[in-house]
Design a protein around this ligand. Structure first.
Ligand code: TMP
Length: 237
């Protein structure tokens, strides 16, 4: 399978068309941004980690009954995926307080919740991805009621699978962001990526951050954190 024209370039990935109108090739970059592109940088080797890690997790999720866009890994940085129309909602699941949750509600980071939470952001860079509730999402026709129900069910299922998977690797899954897409027949599938860019991972014993927060917060050791989480994920391969 070969790339033809570039369809899209995002902050961390490029998407290419292929000879098959139902398939795309995603190419992962080392570019990193934060705060809606305000902060820019490079994380050496990130593209490889995110590509391979995301592919492994998507395959695990498929086995557990969550349909995904994943088709085939082509190389360290490139993967064939099903062409989808992205539902413009960022779906965020949280198990532990951190990030914007801690800031918005004035609580410390690290408080474990009795039940996971879900929230949605309207995926719109011009507006800065504002928080949105499902009524507003329906009003804006971003998705149907049934699609939102499906997305919620899959998102919590992803959480159950990944929470257990990472716990076995000595990693606490704090929170993460998912994006879903629609196939031409209307089927909702998990799309985008699952990586240290889109999840918060804390070491179970030390609470050390093994994710993009090290870049967002200028903590240093960014590359090493990506390497460490990747090492743990690939150890059981
Ligand atoms: P938040 O606490 O900043 O809202 O982030 C929640 C989770 O979503 C965290 O794991 C990082 C991820 N995330 C993204 O993947 N993309 C984004 O643009 C933002 C703001 C967060």
């Amino acid at each position: 399978m070969e790339k033809t024209v570039q369809l899209y370039e995002g902050k961390a990935k490029k998407v290419y068309a292929t000879a098959d109108e139902n398939l795309c090739i995603v190419s992962y970059k080392d570019d990193a941004t934060a705060f809606n592109g305000l902060k820019k940088g490079t994380i050496a080797g990130k593209g490889v980690v995110n590509n391979r890690m995301s592919n492994m997790l998507m395959q695990l999720l498929e086995k557990q009954g969550v349909p995904t866009h994943y088709v085939e890994e082509l190389s360290d940085r490139e993967t064939v995926v099903k062409k989808v129309k992205i539902v413009p909602l960022e779906v965020i699941i949280r198990n532990v307080s951190a990030g914007s949750f801690a800031k918005r509600y004035g609580v410390e980071e690290g408080i474990a919740f009795d039940e996971p939470t879900i929230e949605f952001s309207y995926k719109n860079d011009d507006l800065g991805d504002p928080l949105i509730n499902t009524y507003h999402a329906l009003a804006l026709k971003l998705a149907t009621k049934q699609e939102i129900e499906t997305i919620k069910t899959y998102a919590f299922k992803v959480n159950e699978v990944l929470k257990n998977y990472f716990a076995a690797l000595g990693v606490r899954l704090i929170d993460f962001k998912l994006e879903f897409g629609k196939l031409p027949d209307g089927t909702i599938v998990l799309a985008d990526e699952i990586s240290p860019d889109t999840c918060r991972f804390w070491d179970i014993k030390t609470n050390e951050k093994l994710d993009k927060d090290r870049f967002r917060r200028d903590m240093g050791g960014v590359e090493d954190a990506y390497k460490e989480i990747f090492k743990r994920v690939t150890a059981g391969e």
